[in-house]
Design a protein around this ligand. Structure first.
Ligand SMILES: [Zn+2]
Length: 309
């Protein structure tokens, strides 16, 4: 799986950075792509990637500020115009109000979609586990921004152990139905009386990945909880070191605070995004350098950058 950043800018688009959106590509796992936020122009950015809009099966919205949702009507409409492609339904998760925003935009513009959208709205009282499938569980928790805003914790379920076919062959197990039985955890006895214990031939389950994607926020304990042991934490860094006060006043974080969250949570990797257009490239290197004094494995992402998880 990987994350591809579609928009890594703060507030408004600049030449180098579009407004917020990222794609969590789960093609190998479930043949789906999940979008997190959908700022204006997200569909244009997607054109520069290999992502096929109909593969986008779920969209998670962190909060209703325009730079995180104004791309929805356009993306949803274009998604309908994919010739010869099967129309697949879509789920949208987000704060209360997202449904009315999407439906109003579609109605006023006379847009009709040939697929269904299922809305899953939540408020302060209905957070927690918001989605569970056979492979993934997603949790949402409220952050601390200027309006209701959440962060998401995507947890992949543990992956089953794999069957060691070479070892089985070496033990004299004939290829065929016995392999299937052993894979299902069943012990078997061969014709010559040899007992084969399934557990000896199946590797231990591998832990699933944890991906934490936060919306805009001041430093808060909720961020730490969402990011505990995360393989990847995507955290905003609207401001730089020394600007903690102004960050607080505007409901945002600095790179240093993001690094503190990553360190406190025991996350493995920190990706800084929601980067202000004020920052020039030398400032970006400084953002990383400063943050690295608190949390070493940190990187400032760019638009269209792909990060393997
Ligand atoms: Zn915001």
């Amino acid at each position: 799986m990987d994350i591809q950043f579609l928009g890594t800018g703060a507030g408004q688009p600049s030449k180098a950075r579009n407004v917020s959106s990222l794609a969590l590509k789960l093609l190998d796992e479930i043949n789906e792509v999940w979008l997190f936020d959908c700022g204006e122009g997200t569909q244009n950015r997607i054109l520069e990637t290999t992502i096929r809009p109909r593969k986008v099966s779920k969209i998670f919205i962190t909060h209703l500020h325009g730079d995180h949702i104004f791309g929805l009507p356009g993306f949803l409409s274009s998604r309908a115009f994919q010739a010869n492609e099967e129309q697949t339904d879509l789920d949208i998760y987000g704060p209360q109000g997202i449904k009315s925003f999407v439906l109003t935009s579609l109605r006023v513009s006379g847009s009709r979609l040939p697929y269904r959208i299922y809305f899953h709205e939540f408020d302060q009282d209905s957070l927690g586990k918001i989605l569970e499938t056979d492979k993934f569980t997603v949790y949402a928790e409220e952050l601390d921004h200027t309006i209701f805003c959440v962060g998401y914790r995507v947890m992949q379920k543990d992956l089953e152990g794999t069957l060691d076919a070479e070892k089985l062959k070496a033990a004299g197990v004939p290829f065929g139905p016995l392999f299937g039985k052993i894979k299902n955890g069943q012990d078997v006895v061969l014709d010559d009386g040899t007992e084969i214990k399934a557990a000896d031939y199946i590797s231990a389950p591998r832990p699933g990945k944890i991906i934490t994607i936060l919306g805009d926020t001041r430093k808060t304990n909720a961020s730490v909880r969402l990011a505990v042991n995360a393989d990847v934490l995507v955290h905003e860094s609207t401001y730089g070191k020394g600007d903690e006060k102004i960050a607080r006043n505007h409901g945002h974080s600095t790179n240093m605070q993001a690094a503190q969250v990553a360190a406190e949570a025991g996350a493995k990797r920190l990706l800084l995004n929601h980067i202000s257009a004020r920052f020039l490239s030398k400032d970006i290197s400084q953002l990383k350098k400063d943050a690295a004094t608190v949390f070493e494995n940190v990187h400032v992402v760019k638009d269209l950058e792909k990060v393997e998880i």
